[in-house]
Write a protein that binds this ligand. Structure first.
Ligand code: THU
Length: 131
C-alpha cells in the first residue's frame, strides 16, 4: 500500500483546486501491478471539474489496462475522505465488489473499505452485457 500512497501523495501535490482549495490524490493498482495516479482538476466553469479518482481511472485506461485491483484516495484531513458517489460508480466499471479502497489523510491510512461497502447493490457492466 505504501507504493500507492506515494503516488497518490505526489499527484495530490499537483491538484488544481483554486476554488475549493481541497486537494485530493488517488492511485490505482492495475491487473499487472502497475500504478496510476490522478488529482482533482477544477475549472472556472465549476461543473467541468474532475475528481482525483476520475483522473487516475483515465490514466489507467489510457495505458491499456482495464482492471482495478486496489484504490487509494488521499485528502487533506482531518476528516477521512471517501470517494464521491459519481467516483464510486466510475470505479465500479473496472473494479469488483471486493476491491479494497484505502482512505487516507496526510497522516496516512485511516481505514480500508471495499467498493461493495461503499456502493452496495451496484449497477455494473454485467447488467448491460450479461456474460
Ligand atoms: N474530490 C475528489 O477529487 N474526489 C472525491 O472523491 C471527492 C471530491 C474533489 C472534487 C473537488 O475538486 C474537491 O474535491 C472538492 O469537492
Amino acid at each position: 500500500m505504501d507504493d500507492l500512497l506515494q503516488v497518490a501523495r505526489r499527484a495530490m501535490l499537483h491538484a488544481h483546486a483554486p476554488y475549493s482549495k481541497f486537494h485530493v490524490g488517488a492511485a490505482l493498482r492495475a491487473e499487472d501491478g502497475s500504478i496510476h495516479g490522478g488529482c482533482n482538476v477544477e475549472n472556472a466553469a465549476y461543473p467541468q471539474g474532475t475528481c482525483a479518482e476520475a483522473g487516475a481511472i483515465a490514466a489507467l485506461v489510457a495505458s491499456g489496462r482495464k482492471r482495478i485491483l486496489e484504490c487509494l484516495v488521499i485528502g487533506p484531513g482531518p476528516e477521512t475522505i471517501t470517494p464521491c458517489g459519481g467516483c464510486r460508480q466510475k470505479l465500479r466499471e473496472f473494479a469488483a465488489d471486493d476491491t479494497p479502497i484505502h482512505l487516507c489523510g496526510p497522516d496516512g491510512l485511516h481505514r480500508t473499505m471495499t467498493l461493495g461497502q461503499l456502493l452496495p447493490l451496484s449497477f455494473g457492466p454485467h447488467h448491460v452485457s450479461p456474460a
